[in-house]
Design a protein around this ligand. Structure first.
Ligand code: IPD
Ligand code: CA
Length: 270
């Protein structure tokens, strides 16, 4: 059984993950909005391109070269070495629909996970050159500066974001009910098109909260740690602390969490 990583080792791993996100940034910047072969996955609105695949292969190669015994769980290639104690969770492009259309809201997300718990997370947003990082117990950072969740106390004064899943067309009303309820209860609801950026923005106080259904571990592994380390709260819709295996999330600055849970509960009951 490998020893737990020391703080120093974790920081070395963080640097490696940072390098891997930056290594694929030129590829993403070069191809965003350019004609690419777009393939659909789970539904007609779940897109993937050859750039997603290329970026994931590059990240895997870099991480495996540095840490050959670790597992790898990528959105496009699935889980390998599932028995490994340390696992990399990778989304090469979160916000692929934006990427395809040339809307500059997409990022690369990498987390190191140990027994279901993220130990470190890196999210790189190349079009803004913004690097979000967190190490468990060490706080959250944006471009090297400590970041914290917002101080907003009232839901009525808050700004939220959400995303719609690839299943949206199968049950549009189900996903729109909370959207309408939050739009009525807050200053506004935004949609960035990237679950990882939504959550990173909660961590740095640009958003007060995010809810999202049908999310995947690679969407949230890095961002979940960012939110927690920035002083925020992430739960299921019943208020239980979030696990990476959960398929939905409510993440807030903590102060508006109870009120947001009430909005969600009422909207979903209707
Ligand atoms: C998607 C985005 C989107 C969210 C979806 C995700 P992808 O990830 O994060 O905002 O609503 O649930 O699957 O496909 O762009 O990596
Ligand atoms: Ca993706």
């Amino acid at each position: 059984m490998p020893q737990m990583l020391t703080k120093r080792e974790l920081l070395q791993h963080l640097r490696m993950a940072e390098c891997a996100t930056r290594a694929v940034a030129p590829l993403l910047l070069r191809w965003a909005g350019r004609p690419l072969r777009v393939v659909t996955k789970r539904s007609a609105i779940d897109l993937v391109t050859e750039v997603d695949h290329r970026a994931e292969r590059t990240i895997e190669r870099l991480l495996r070269r540095a840490y050959p015994t670790y597992g790898f769980f990528g959105e496009e290639t699935g889980r390998r070495d599932a028995g490994a104690v340390y696992q990399w969770y990778v989304d090469p492009i979160d916000g692929t629909t934006n990427f395809v259309h040339g809307l500059p809201m997409f990022c690369t997300s990498i987390a190191l996970v140990h027994r279901g718990e993220p130990l470190l997370g890196v999210i790189y947003h190349p079009t803004r050159d913004e690097l979000f990082t967190a190490v468990r117990g060490g706080g959250s950072f944006l471009n090297g500066h400590r970041c914290r969740v917002s101080r907003t106390r009232r839901l009525a004064s808050s700004l939220f974001s959400t995303g719609f899943p690839s299943e949206f067309r199968r049950a549009p009303r189900k996903f729109l009910k909370p959207f309408v309820a939050f739009q009525l209860a807050t200053h506004a609801v935004r949609r960035t098109g990237s679950a990882a950026l939504n959550l990173a923005y909660v961590a740095c106080g640009r958003l007060d909260g995010v809810w999202e259904e049908k999310i995947w571990p690679w969407d949230i592994a890095a961002a979940l740690l960012l939110v927690r380390e920035a002083g925020g709260r992430a739960t299921t819709f019943t208020g239980r602390p979030l696990r990476l295996t959960d398929d939905h999330i409510l993440a807030t600055n903590g102060r508006v969490h109870a009120a947001a849970l009430t909005v969600l509960r009422r909207a979903r009951r209707r």
